[in-house]
Design a protein around this ligand. Structure first.
Ligand SMILES: [Zn+2]
Length: 391
């Protein structure tokens, strides 16, 4: 939709501007639970549509000239998506009401997923699927969606789902009538036939406010996007597991069982090995005047055990390397050479990130080969000898 209008006010706010138009046809954000319009004013992009009691103000990404006339363009594709989500909501709410006497007490439209809150604290997929089926059959019947303006006294003749007290004062009430299936007062965007929604799908639910069930749903093109995301995830799973459609679940179950077993085995081996490794390290330190230095290369599970042993040992610096994970763990009980200081020194020479306290530090390098380990060991020994560590 395109039209021309003048700028009544333009106030800078950070990198953006708040603009008032002489004629504003933008639907405000969040009004009636619905998403707001987006579009352009000249070259400026509309980022938000804010509504106060006095006026609708548009947040745009550049300054606009006061009193000048601009061409305004409202994004029609977005409007169509909003209409699809909103009409789908009316249908879904009616389906839950007709089938299970569950009333909609809240509605929020999101950029990706929209939600309705139902007045129940329990729900399951069995119930949801029945409401989904009814909703989609209404969509595929391609019923007309009419906008009717009525006096308050007359709206009782329609099968109206929900009448709020505040609409009593309106001169005319805007009703959205979906065939003979549902009629509800609403000021939002709607498609003119239910077929245009394409499909509605509930994608999840959670308990909110301790007493309601919040259902996430999508409609229209969003369903297609959702299926594509699903397919992409599934393709990745097939690649990773080398499974086919028929045995994907079985294969993942097997892998997760194997991984749990491997963890148990590792824990068992660490337990068996640790005393021997500790003894060997303690008997063969790199001795300095006031402390001992210990290096160990191996798996993280054992390094963690050693780190906790040496953290309790006075006058010792321990450095463990796991080349599979490119990780270095450092502990120190030496006042003059903290673990964090040593980590910083390593990161001066090797690419990576990390740090820590005086007692313990962790570093993850972008690469850690056996040769790199030797280099780090030599560097650390030289540094500790020269006592050139920056504290
Ligand atoms: Zn509505």
């Amino acid at each position: 939709m395109q039209y021309s209008t003048r700028i009544l006010s333009c106030n800078k706010q950070g990198d953006c501007c708040l603009v008032e138009l002489e004629e504003c046809r933008f639907y405000p954000d969040g009004s009636g639970g619905q998403l707001g319009d987006r579009g352009k004013i000249g070259d400026a992009n509309v980022l938000e549509v804010l509504k106060s009691d006095e006026a609708v103000v548009l947040k745009v990404d550049r300054e606009l000239e006061l009193n000048r006339e601009y061409v305004v363009e409202i994004d029609e594709n977005r409007r169509f998506d909003i209409a699809q989500q909103h009409t789908a909501q009316h249908i879904l709410s009616r389906a839950f009401e007709d089938l299970f006497d569950l009333h909609t007490v809240g509605f929020h439209m999101g950029e990706e997923v929209s939600t309705i809150d139902l007045d129940t604290s329990v729900i399951d997929w069995n119930i949801i699927e029945k409401a989904e089926n009814l909703s989609n059959s209404i969509i595929w019947q391609d019923l007309p969606v009419e906008i009717i303006l009525e006096d308050y006294e007359n709206i009782k003749k329609y099968n109206v789902r929900k009448i709020s007290e505040k609409i009593k004062d309106y001169e005319k009430i805007r009703l959205v009538k979906i065939g003979d299936f549902d009629t509800n007062p609403c000021g939002g965007f709607h498609v003119d036939r239910t077929g245009k929604i394409g499909m509605v799908k509930v994608v999840g639910f959670e308990k909110v406010k301790g007493k309601y069930m919040r259902l996430g749903y999508i409609a229209g093109e969003r369903v297609l996007k959702y299926i594509r995301d699903f397919e992409e995830r599934e393709r990745k799973l097939f690649e990773l597991t080398k499974a086919s459609k028929n045995d994907l679940i079985a294969k993942i179950q097997k892998l997760s069982g194997e991984s749990a077993q491997a963890k148990k085995k590792t824990a068992f081996l660490v337990e068996e090995l640790k005393d021997k490794v500790v003894e060997e390290l303690i008997n063969n330190p790199i001795a300095f005047e006031n402390f001992n230095l210990y290096f160990y290369s191996g798996i993280t599970e054992l390094i963690e055990v050693l780190a906790s042993v040496f953290q309790k040992r006075e006058g010792s610096i321990f450095i463990g390397f796991d080349t599979l994970k490119n990780s270095v763990v450092i502990t120190s009980t030496v006042e003059t050479s903290g673990a964090g200081d040593i980590a910083r020194e390593i990161l001066k020479v090797f690419d990576g990130k990390g740090g820590g306290s005086k007692k313990r530090a962790n570093v993850i390098l972008t690469r850690l080969t056996v040769e790199d380990v030797e280099k780090i060991k030599n560097n650390v020994v030289d540094l500790l000898k020269s006592e050139k560590i920056d504290n």
